[in-house]
Design a protein around this ligand. Sequence first.
Ligand code: 3H9
Length: 693
Amino acid sequence: MTTQQPVNDTISTEIQNGVGLICIDNPPVNACGQAVRAGLLEALDQLNNNDAVQVIALYAAGRTFVAGADIREFGKPPMEPGLPDVCDQLEASTKPLVSVLHGTTLGGGLEIALATHARVGITGLRVGLPEVLLGILPGAGGTQRTPRLTGIPAALDMILSGRQVPVEEALKLGLVDVISDATPRDAALAAGQDVIAGKLQIRRTGELSVTPDDAAIGAAKAKAKPLLFNPPRIIEAIAASTGPLAEGQALERKLFWDCLNSDQSAGLRHAFFAERAVAKVPEAREAPRPVDSMGVIGGGTMGSGIATSALLAGMEVTLIEVAQEALDRGVGTITKNLQGAVKRGKLAAEQLDPTLAKLTTSTDMQSLATVDLVVEAVFENMDVKKEIFTNLDRICKPGAVLASNTSYLDINEIAAVTNRPSDVLGLHFFSPAHVMRLLEIVVADKTAPDVVATGFALAKRMRKIGVRAGVCDGFIGNRILSHYLKVTTYMLMDGASPEQIDKALEGFGFAMGPFRVSDLAGIDIGWAERKRKAPMRPAAERYVPIADKIAEQGWFGRKTGQGYYVYGADGPYPNPAALEIVDQERAAAGVSPREFTDQEIVDRYMTAMISEAARVVEDGIALRPIDVDAVYLFGYGFPRFRGGPLHYADSIGAAELIKRIETYAKEDSHYWQVPDILRKMAADGSKFSDLNK
Ligand code: 3H9
């Protein structure tokens, strides 16, 4: 019997009644960095050579067993020992080796477990191989050992989706052998005794064989998304698991490196860190104000979506509308949203009624007197918003946080009508608000730091990604959007069709091209926005009135059956009547249409987006380039594998971007202007990524 002996900073061993315990302790998620890998081998060697040890049991301290390889090591020179070698040596252990898994045992963590001779899953455990989401594949035997335990179809499903499998399912699949309610250390001791007593069977996964399944492999190939680099390689590696282990592993290794060195993996890893980096704001050290009740003013699509989100986060919600009829409609929408959440598995069916019971409605703003936070979500009209905030100032309790969900308007102006501007901020949700993950947290001049922290705490509670934004017309996302959408109208006027522009950008990776999005969102929305901005439009700005002319016909897109496309049983297809308007407007402006290649469309669109994104960083509206990337990844359907507009910009480089802008500026020097920050980067060789550090 020994007490815990450190092997290094992350690994320790202990011997109890013939069981040699190895404990991994590398907070926060026990990522399998170099120290863990080296320590594991050292511990394994020590225990295999200790006569007092009959069985070795591996477990982890903290909230989870190993959650994967250390992603921060990717892209740097590899450090010995590599994880594949570690797994092979674990499997080759001369003494029986069991592992105890808890928390989220993912990626390299699961690969370590698969290399042990038996696995115990602690209640609540989820296992998965999420490498696909990082643009890579399980590179430490995961593509070879998983099918040896589960068969090919289940391995394809798990590794291509990256989904987390609950412990009960893992047991059925053969990934764990037994489930335990004990603590990981106690379960490790018990599992060791069970092996000694012959009650827990052990075997080497690598020695099992895999039944070929050409049909499943063929079906997976047919389903793989054509733009993505790693899924076909994952399938290739899994298909090789039917052969000898060493050959399959060698192929896996080669394909792993091909994927890791791809631009797509760099983009996806950037997206992973973007999701987490945005919470690192100066106000994060402040204690947020407690928010258990929320008032939502406005029961339209947006207000109802926000209320749904708050209810799903367990809050009490008071919905305010001007009339009972509107309230009833709002409650109807919220009920439907919650039923949808049940269908999608986001809410347990038996929780539907208790969740709805937390919703109260009122036509009297006085009902907001006791709530902790109010989100105003009425239509975009400054006078209406000012009136609401004047009333909130009078009604709400001291310390209540007052938020506007405006997408464009000046939060400073709204805050100024209250006697408590420090309690006011923007909380800009994206429609549908109960689904979309982005929340822009708009910080006005006088917003108190703890109010900002409250916005971030709310985002977290709602499982959203909060991004800090400064005040300007459109904040981060819509300011950039307003700018680059103009370039789509210029290309349309100059010769490209809506369909060609949409297809070119869908080919780049956007889920939907901008004209399809416009039809979905409603052409009337942009029309109203352009009318609002018309008085501010500089004389030098090129203005293409095609969208306005289409809107004037009452063709607002999907909701009216036609827009840029015609919808219905045989649709969508390009709307000939809209194309006629395009022709008329070209003729009226004396434009002879020219050819555009898909590449030119992508280049102009992306250069416009990057230019305004660069200015948003330059003006301090976004704290860092990675915040802009997060806004676009989580709110605007930017292709995740490209990492976000400014990550993508780094792959083009400042010098090339300047060259493009200067070329385009020969046609329109008002629109195409080189942001100063790009000039600086071209001069000193720096990148947007340098500003993320
Ligand atoms: C792999 O394993 C490859 C192998 O097949 C082959 C190798 C040869 N590495 O998310 P959280 C950090 S690929 C480094 O906020 P949660 C994270 O950045 C890997 N760091 O917590 C954050 O740091 P900070 C396959 C990592 O409770 C902190 O930990 N595995 C890693 O909401 C807390 O994270 C994955 O893809 C990592 N692997 O969620 C799993 N993981 O505080 C990736 C986390 O400085 N991880 N960090 O911002 C996750 O999905 C979630 O983090 C997890 C916990 C579910 C584990």
